[in-house]
Write a protein that binds this ligand. Structure first.
Ligand SMILES: [Zn+2]
Length: 638
């Protein structure tokens, strides 16, 4: 686990400050003392401000970079650091690695070259139409910028847009030849560029000099697994469909066991980055705060500072309102961790951050079932949980097979889904089924006991036959695959008859589902898929941390714990899907429901007022009514 450097993230703002040319009174109405007052009044403890933006302009006294024209002797970075430090606000300096459009325009030879020999993409309004080559002279130029910035009294360094892209410039070509990289193999080229990226990070750490290891370092875009960053900073503008509302939870569940210091970088924008005139409703910003608190993360709101006027008062007020709401909860949630019972097992990815699709389906499903989970890769401490869910991406080797066998021997349970059934079978953990092989059908169906409806699998994967387990779902044939027979295309492919095969089988310590049920769920949200998984989970994990059958699927529940307190959180608010965007404008009431929590707690209080709630302890569980909840409620369990 990566340890915290400096104070842990609690309440922060991340400022973008990318300024187009031609603003002749840059920061003309900006006063650093007033700015720091605004931050202080908005209860901000930590701020990220620009040293050099992605347009390529510097906002500090630089010898190598290009200071924004008209700034003269002004050093806004120093002004902000000094004013913030007076008010005990930590400062991170922002610099963009992948983009520096001024330097790029001056030095086109420092740019990445595409396979077809171009340095510019087609769309000049896509910020990434030209990106810097990390092997070019840009590297030394950038390191000099880092050396300059690290002369300032900063608490952190945020290096943005460290994209992983191929490059066929003469330097990269020569280097690839030297290292024996096959340039016709795209995977080899990307693997090479990832190595270059990691070497670049090593150079950053060297250029940081004495500050390396003493201040926070965040390299945005690089994988969590490679040791490049000091903390988890999950960028997710929830109302922007590029992220949406399901991104943060699952990423939080993955990074939580890896990093001690964590922050959810949401945003104040209604649209996306650079949305100067868009401000999310208060309820929407609160939603992100609640998500952060429920996942044991600090909160940071992304903003774009106005180039002339600085921090706009109404934005400051709205952010301040949300920050203020967090303060009374802090003794109960600071340094907290989530209490979890289930793990979603994925394979580590040293190149990219995106989680495999099946794990997003799993995360969403578990959230709806109020089952507490983390996402682990093969290096994670998955022995901490009682049940593992395994899907498509996990690559099994001898070490992992052995670890999983030990895990089961020690009482752990596993559900294998889709292609991972192969590995369950190879590891000797699915001896109660026969694995017939790949499913040649492009659609198939299944039935469960008590219903004659033949449900769609959407993603058939393996054919399995029950030998000595308990069949939970039967495999139903399709009538046809999607084919063209020369006369007709078989677009409509209804259910066929029963087979001798099974769709889901339960053993003593494990279970398996023959199709990619979690991937299918993430695409279609057929609730019967969730029901089928629930049947298997209930059999393997009969006692859950949270039981509340009447709590709506749209509500979220979590348990967190720090050294002083155990907290049960309920979030009743959720976005409305308006066309392509999830919009949150006002909170909705959740009617009071009964909750039963594992553990004997003598007293239950509503936070932060500490209003006592009537509760009873029975059979090792604590039972109480939540009361009607508007948006969010946290309960202290004593
Ligand atoms: Zn290159």
């Amino acid at each position: 686990m990566f340890k915290t450097i400096g104070p842990k993230f609690g309440r922060a703002i991340h400022y973008d400050f990318h300024t187009p040319p031609g603003i002749d009174n840059l920061l003309g109405n900006f006063d650093a003392e007033r700015f720091a007052d605004q931050l202080h009044n908005a209860h901000v403890e930590y701020v990220n401000v620009a040293a050099r933006c992605n347009m390529g302009f510097s906002y500090y006294n630089t010898k190598v970079g290009k200071k924004y024209p008209g700034l003269g002797d002004r050093d806004p970075l120093k002004e902000m650091i000094d004013a913030c430090h007076k008010r005990n606000i930590g400062v991170t300096a922002y610099i963009n690695i992948g983009l520096d459009h001024e330097i790029a325009a001056d030095n086109p030879g420092w740019l990445k070259v595409s396979r077809d020999g171009r340095i510019y993409g087609n769309d000049k309004f896509d910020n990434f139409f030209r990106v810097m080559c990390y092997n070019s002279e840009y590297r030394e130029h950038f390191m000099e910028e880092i050396r300059e910035i690290c002369q300032y009294d900063i608490e952190g360094l945020f290096c943005d847009c460290f994209a992983l892209r191929e490059c066929f410039c003469p330097r990269c070509m020569e280097d690839m030849k030297r290292r024996g990289v096959n340039i016709n193999d795209n995977n080899a080229v990307i693997a090479y560029q990832n190595k270059v990226r990691l070497e670049f990070v090593d150079d950053i750490k060297k250029a940081m000099g004495e500050k390396n290891g003493k201040i926070k370092l965040y390299v945005n875009g690089i994988s969590w697994t490679v040791g490049a960053q000091t903390h988890a900073e999950i960028e997710c503008l929830s109302s922007d469909p590029n992220w949406g509302y399901d991104y943060f939870d699952s990423m939080a569940a993955y990074t939580r066991p890896m990093f001690e210091d964590r922050v959810y970088m949401s945003g104040r924008f209604q649209n996306s980055w650079g949305d100067f005139g868009g401000l999310k409703p208060l309820a929407s910003m609160q939603n992100d705060l609640y998500d952060a608190m429920m996942n044991s993360f600090g909160i940071s709101y992304g903003d774009h500072m106005h180039p002339v006027d600085g921090f706009e008062d109404e934005v400051a007020n709205r952010i301040g309102k949300v920050m203020e709401e967090r303060i009374p909860y802090e003794p109960y949630i600071e340094n907290s961790d989530n209490i979890v019972e289930v793990g979603v097992l994925i394979h580590s990815n040293d190149y990219y951050r995106a989680l495999p699709y099946f794990s997003k389906g799993a995360a969403r499903m578990l959230k709806e079932l109020k089952i507490q989970y983390n996402v682990y890769d093969e290096n994670g401490p998955f022995e901490d949980v009682k049940l593992l869910i395994v899907g498509e991406s996990v690559r099994f080797d001898e070490k992992l097979e052995k670890r999983l066998s030990e895990y089961v021997k020690n009482g752990g349970k596993i559900i294998f889904t889709g292609p991972s059934v192969d590995h369950g079978k190879n590891s000797g953990l699915l001896d109660y089924i026969e694995l017939i092989g790949n499913d040649p059908r492009d659609n198939a169906y299944y039935t469960v006991e008590g219903s004659s409806l033949r449900w769609a699998m959407y993603n058939p994967s393996r054919i399995i036959k029950n030998v000595s387990g308990k069949e939970v779902a039967k495999y139903i044939n399709n009538v046809s695959n999607l084919i063209w027979d020369g006369r007709q295309a078989y677009f409509y492919r209804p259910q066929g008859g029963e087979t001798e095969y099974s769709a889901a089988v339960l053993g003593e310590n494990t279970a398996c589902v023959c199709f990619d049920i979690l991937k299918a769920y993430a695409s279609n949200f057929l609730v019967e898929h969730r029901d089928l998984m629930k049947t298997l989970i209930d059999a393997l994990l009969p006692e859950k941390l949270i039981e509340s059958p009447d709590m709506p699927k749209t509500a979220t529940a979590a348990l967190t714990k720090n050294e002083n307190a155990t907290v049960f959180h309920v979030k009743s608010t959720y976005p409305e899907h308006k066309m392509t965007r999830g919009i949150l404008e006002e909170h909705v009431y959740m009617k009071s429901v009964e909750v039963s929590l594992k553990g004997e707690y003598n007293e239950v209080y509503i936070l932060p007022e500490l209003t006592k709630v009537e509760s009873k302890v029975e059979n090792g569980r604590t039972v109480f009514e939540t009361g009607n909840i508007l948006g969010y409620r946290a309960f202290l369990l004593k």
